[in-house]
Design a protein around this ligand. Structure first.
Ligand SMILES: [Zn+2]
Length: 422
């Protein structure tokens, strides 16, 4: 199967040109610029011989009919929206790779057994409507009606924005694909971290996508004048919150093990009165925990809160409240697809390693529908969601070759059958 490096490069160059002038790289979902980029992508899909449509969730899909329609659809893709001032390759590399793979199959003259689809999922990044992974949530039946009522700062409902993107919000009350309609899904993505680069590994084979827990902790003390309140009479909420921040970090470090992934972060803090001459009376911090292990996710915070109640609260006369903000479960990639990706890399003479994904992706939602796998290619210095995000064309081509080889293997073996045999 011959891939065209030039075509892959040209499409990456062209797609990334759809960016706000002077703001590399900014292509926010639901904007006119995004619509123009999608229109270009649709034309590229059609020129490659694919039949295009937009589904009820606003996902752009290019399909190549297979020889055995009863086998279901093998799909690949990612997203083309970016965060503000984001990176050049996040998302688009996965879409362009899937298109290149399917186009190379068209050009080979071989008819695949499965119908193949290239999917550009609507709005993967956190959107102005407060929801991320909108298209993949919609496809997998995880975009409940209350989320469609969320509005952007201009007051537009998410449901209306999906309609503007070509979707049909009235049809989003369940999964858009039937039980066995999808036979498998593959997403290629830049790693967005430093593991592959630092170990000089060419391909990352994702074993699972982390689950995420977010909490807000409110520490309450007493606001006082900073000049007149002696140190021994203070109830300083920020001092208490700081001790919790330190504890979160220390416990996450202590949880590191070779076969489980766990990271925890306090990334947001606000205090009141928030003045140079005031003892803080209230501090609010968010604690985010990510792990590929459900039990570790569930049990991370409790010992910290227990410790804080016994020590911080007693010593500094503070009160603590914990509010859960959000919870998503870890998602396992499908064993046969993990094996197929690792075998494909080995057959091409490329080094690979199995690793969890610490970032969320569309694949985590599509895994509810069908056997799903992901592969990572290295990115420079692990930088992502910033203009410094970069990759080498060689890494992009390596990834595209592994992706294409794995897609062809899955077309031969039928991943659903392989799952059942396992
Ligand atoms: Zn992405």
């Amino acid at each position: 199967m011959e891939l065209s490096e030039n075509r892959l490069q040209r499409r990456l160059d062209k797609l990334s040109e759809f960016t706000l002038p002077g703001r590399p790289w900014t292509r926010r979902a639901f904007t006119d610029l995004y619509a123009s980029a999608r229109d270009w992508l649709r034309q590229e899909m059609e020129a490659a011989g694919l039949e295009t449509r937009i589904d009820a969730g606003g996902n752009l899909i290019g399909a190549l009919a297979g020889a055995e329609p009863g086998l279901g659809v093998l799909a690949g893709g990612s997203h083309i929206d970016t965060v503000v001032d984001g990176g050049r390759y996040d998302g688009i590399l996965g879409v362009v790779t899937a298109l290149e793979a399917v186009q190379a199959i068209v050009e080979s003259g071989e008819k695949p057994r499965h119908t193949l689809e290239v999917i550009d999922f609507l709005s993967e990044e956190p959107s102005d409507y407060g929801v991320s992974c909108i298209g993949s949530r919609a496809m997998s039946g995880n975009l409940p009606a209350d989320l469609l009522e969320y509005t952007n700062p201009a007051g537009e409902r998410l449901g209306d924005a999906i309609r503007r993107a070509g979707g049909t919000p009235g049809k989003l009350n369940g999964a858009l694909r039937g039980d066995a309609e999808l036979a498998g899904f593959l997403e290629l993505h830049i790693e967005q971290g430093r593991v592959l680069e630092s170990t000089e590994t060419q391909i990352g084979v994702v074993t699972n996508i982390v689950g995420i827990r977010r909490y807000e902790i409110v520490v309450t003390g007493r606001a006082d004048h900073s000049g007149t309140t002696p140190m021994n009479l203070r109830q300083d909420a920020l001092v208490g919150a700081s001790r919790i921040v330190e504890r979160v970090n220390a416990q996450a470090k202590a949880c590191q093990s070779s076969n489980k992934y766990l990271v925890a972060t306090v990334g947001k803090i606000s205090i009141r009165p928030d003045a140079a001459n005031a003892v803080p009376g209230e501090a609010r911090i968010t604690v985010e925990v990510r792990s590929d292990d459900q039990q570790r996710l569930d049990s991370f915070l409790k010992p910290i809160i227990d410790w804080a109640q016994e020590t911080v609260c007693q010593q500094d006369q503070l009160r603590i409240e914990v509010h859960p903000l959000s919870a998503s479960q870890p998602t396992d990639c499908a064993g046969p697809i993990i094996d197929t990706l690792a075998d494909s890399a080995a057959a091409l003479g490329l080094s690979s390693m199995k690793m969890p994904s610490g970032a969320g992706h569309d694949a985590a939602h599509i895994a509810r529908l069908c056997p799903t796998g992901m592969l990572f290619v290295p990115c420079l210095d692990g930088r992502s969601h910033c203009p410094e995000e970069d990759i080498t064309m060689q890494d992009a081509i390596n990834g595209a070759r592994v992706f294409t080889r794995a897609l062809l293997s899955l077309d031969c073996m039928s991943p659903q059958d392989a799952m059942q045999a396992k």
